[in-house]
Write a protein that binds this ligand. Structure first.
Ligand code: TRP
Ligand code: SF4
Length: 375
């Protein structure tokens, strides 16, 4: 197979359909109606931003029976947290509201060994993420945020045991050439995904991993490992291992086109950007508008291709009816991009002002939420 997903490449995944075809990811819209019968789906689900899943039926089952489930996801502290990173935590907060226990891995070793940041920067960015998470509404009950380099001993034991049933040929097939730093990161991520099922972390149960599509290679390996170790774990009295379930969301486009990326400051808005500076950045963004006003009045804009509309639909307009009105005014050519951007920039400014007020308070409690390594 020629098509490979690379969790370390900076390329934009546009061919979402290939993920269904080659890797057996299922379209999220297949499970949406059933979810709707139980709870109100998140706006990222309703709007197709979360487009794929594996075994989400297990989460539906857990919701129906009330048996409880856990969320495990990870963050990469290799730059300022921006709106593209906000999507994961929005989902985590949603599931926390549904009663899930939450585990969040900080991939500090990966940021250091693969992305090659200094330890000081990694720790600084990680703390900024955690403060942002709290300011966005993540609650502290049944919450476990940990640095991959600074966790409990059972997690490291699991990581080491997992090495026995993985071959280099398999790693190569899934990830391509991997140097040692990547191998360490892969095993850390396997332990992340599987450890909530160890008895000392809550036991055998449904674990859902919400991620961006580039992380699917890790999920495929973790699911295989769950199968390979389940019997042995049962015989050790550990209660077996379930395959993790997962969901996949689209990446945000950058404001200047391409992918929203920490290496291109004009492409993203960080949650810590000054609200006025952020609003000005949005005003300079690419749009789905036509070359001339006359043409736009005649043909309407193209919100599907518009980074400004993406900001509105992913982050700034939770109400479906309100978003629909904006969509129709754009499509119908009733609203031009200048007006639309001014409104969007104003929403963004207000959002950031409010968020950053909460952020100041959240910064003070980061150290009581996560155990920060001293180097
Ligand atoms: N590798 C992920 C990234 O690049 C971060 C991560 C670490 C993660 N452990 C995880 C994601 C476990 C999901 C589950 O962003
Ligand atoms: Fe984008 Fe708004 Fe212009 Fe439509 S009117 S293309 S949504 S900026």
């Amino acid at each position: 197979m020629e098509f490979r997903l690379d969790p370390w490449s900076s390329q934009l995944v546009v061919e979402y359909d290939k993920l269904f075809k080659y890797f057996g990811i299922r379209p999220f819209k297949e499970v949406l109606p059933e979810l709707e019968r139980i709870v109100k789906p998140h706006h990222l689900m309703r709007r197709g931003v979360i487009f794929g899943h594996r075994d989400f039926e297990r989460v539906l089952q857990a919701l129906r029976s009330g048996e409880g489930f856990a969320i495990l996801t990870g963050l990469m502290p290799s730059g300022h947290m921006h709106f593209g990173h906000k999507m994961v935590i929005d989902q985590v907060i949603y599931y926390q509201g549904l009663g899930a226990e939450i585990f969040i891995a900080i991939a500090d070793v990966e940021a250091y060994a693969v992305r090659r940041l200094s330890r000081r920067d990694v720790i600084r960015y990680a703390k900024e993420y955690v403060a942002n998470y709290l300011a966005l509404g993540l609650r502290r009950e049944r919450l476990h945020i940990y640095f991959q380099s600074n966790y409990r001993v059972e997690y490291y034991r699991l990581m080491q045991l997992l090495s026995r049933r993985v071959t280099s040929a398999e790693l190569k097939d899934i990830y391509g050439d991997v140097e040692p730093g990547k191998v360490m990161s892969i095993f850390a991520q396997m332990a992340d995904i599987l450890h909530p099922q160890l008895p000392s972390f809550g036991s055998h149960r449904v674990v859902l991993v919400p991620v961006g599509a580039d992380q699917d290679p890790h999920l495929r390996l973790a699911r295989d490992l769950a199968d390979r170790y389940s019997a042995e774990f049962k015989s050790l009295g550990l209660g077996g291992l379930e395959r993790p379930a997962s969901t996949y969301h689209r990446f945000m486009s950058g404001l200047t086109g391409g992918k929203m990326s920490s290496s291109k400051p004009e492409s993203y808005i960080a949650l810590t950007d000054d609200p006025d500076v952020a609003a000005a950045k949005l005003m300079r963004a690419l749009t789905g508008g036509r070359p001339t006003a006359a043409e736009q009045r005649r043909l309407g804009g193209e919100p599907e291709k518009c980074p400004v509309y993406e900001m509105l639909s992913y982050h700034l307009v939770p109400d479906d009816e309100e978003l629909k009105r904006i969509y129709l005014r754009c499509r119908g050519g009733e609203m031009l991009c200048g007006e639309c951007k001014r409104e969007a920039a104003e929403r963004l400014r207000r959002f950031l002002q409010e968020h950053q007020r909460r952020l100041e308070r959240a910064r003070d409690i980061v150290d009581s939420v996560v155990d920060v390594p001293d180097f």
